[in-house]
Design a protein around this ligand. Structure first.
Ligand SMILES: [Zn+2]
Length: 392
């Protein structure tokens, strides 16, 4: 298939020639000779498919009637509320998970890392649910699973065994959550998680909401264990709000150590959180990914699955103004997030998976600040969205 007359990252117009699921070559617009189908890009801005580095596609009530929120607005309050209410809503369900993934795709997200709840109530059922939903979309959106102990690890005997079973059954990573404030035993949680990662060869992705020096202390525990276990490049800290809160001298020493350990960072750029030293992180080789977090679930009513809007939120939170910085925020949502879904390269380049999003926008900064409808989405060489709506 040829996607003709598009402007990759706002550059001069090209024809993108695809072979199977990959980009084969890119040639000046109007010069590609069609061997198969041709789709006219109309001179629109082209970006690589978005990569959602932090989602929870198993627990949304997307596509269902509105659910009013009644839980306490603390991390523990939300965990308890979700456990009390989810069965009545039929969570997890293949239908709702498919609805969320379709909405991601409609907004141009062609790969996602998703945390999937693993706990004593739901066991590993959520993982099977997400796999079934991803299969229903025929691989259009690639879904990488983190088995996530939302309800705690050490405080819930049996959860470490569930995580170990999930790892043995082929998830890409296992998760952790606030080893200090949820389990109140950070060394035990982290030792347990790292032992599984070493034994099973999976990655780690740890949700850390704890602020200030309590967060900083847990970064150090994670850094030490990552180095000791030889897990360079395989550990992610999600949220990690503390990093933006710590004083500059403390940030500096932690950034050096995080970079050396090859730890990556996923943020959903929440309103009111402390800005991250994101340029300094990138300079040290710390990958920064953007995520939607859960959308419309028992944690929060917010979110619509549009990662470009998350990038816009990131840009506003960090006070970005220059074209270079605005484009940088979009790169975090696309090309720079390759590692979060185990891709060596994700961009509009030959050899990459043919994931392309077209937007009516003058250039990349314009696309970011308006987040216009995705006119066309190609996923793995297949046309999946036209005029802003999913085909099939
Ligand atoms: Zn999350």
């Amino acid at each position: 298939m040829i996607l003709s007359n598009v402007r990759p990252w706002g550059a001069d117009p090209v024809d993108i020639v695809m072979a199977g699921s990959r980009i084969e070559r890119m040639v000046p617009a109007g010069t590609a000779v069609p061997a198969g189908g041709r789709v006219d890009g109309g001179g629109r801005l082209a970006l690589p498919g978005f990569v959602n580095a932090h989602a929870h596609v198993d627990k949304s009530w997307w596509g269902r009637p509105w659910v009013s929120y009644r839980g306490e607005a603390t991390t523990q309050g939300r965990i308890a509320h979700e456990r009390a209410e989810r069965d009545a809503l039929g969570i997890p369900s293949v239908a709702s998970t498919t609805a969320v993934l379709r909405e991601f795709l409609r907004h141009g997200t062609t790969a996602t890392r998703t945390h999937v709840d693993v706990d004593l109530g739901v066991g590993l059922r959520g993982i099977e649910t997400v796999r079934a939903a991803a299969a229903a979309l025929d691989g259009a959106i690639e879904v990488e699973i983190v088995a996530f102990p939302q309800d705690g690890v050490i405080r819930r005997p049996g959860v470490l065994e569930l995580l170990d079973r999930a790892a043995a059954a082929g998830v890409a990573s296992i998760g952790g959550i606030d080893p200090a404030s949820i389990d109140r035993d950070p060394v035990a949680q982290l030792d347990g998680l790292f032992a599984i990662a070493e034994r099973r060869g999976v990655g780690l992705d740890i949700h850390l909401h704890d602020g200030g020096e309590l967060g900083g202390f847990q970064y150090e525990l994670i850094i030490d264990r990552t180095a000791r276990a030889g897990l360079h490049g395989r550990v992610t800290i999600s949220h990690g709000f503390a990093l933006g809160e710590l004083p500059p001298y403390r940030q500096e020493e932690l950034l050096d150590r995080l970079g050396e350990a090859g730890i990556s960072w996923a943020t959903v750029a929440p309103v009111g959180s402390a800005p991250l030293p994101w340029r300094a992180m990138l300079d040290r080789g710390i990958a920064v990914g953007l995520g939607t977090d859960g959308i419309r679930d028992l944690w929060s009513p917010y979110g619509d699955g549009d990662l470009l809007r998350v990038a816009l939120g990131f840009a506003r939170l960090h006070g970005l103004r220059t074209d270079e910085d605005l484009a940088g925020a979009v790169e975090l949502a696309t090309s720079r997030a390759a590692g979060f879904v185990h891709r060596s390269r994700h961009d509009l380049v030959p050899g990459a998976r043919a994931d392309v999003v077209l937007l009516d926008a003058e250039n990349v900064p314009d696309a970011l600040v308006r987040a216009p409808a995705r006119r066309l989405v190609v996923a793995g060489g297949r046309l999946v969205v036209a005029d802003g709506e999913l085909l099939g």
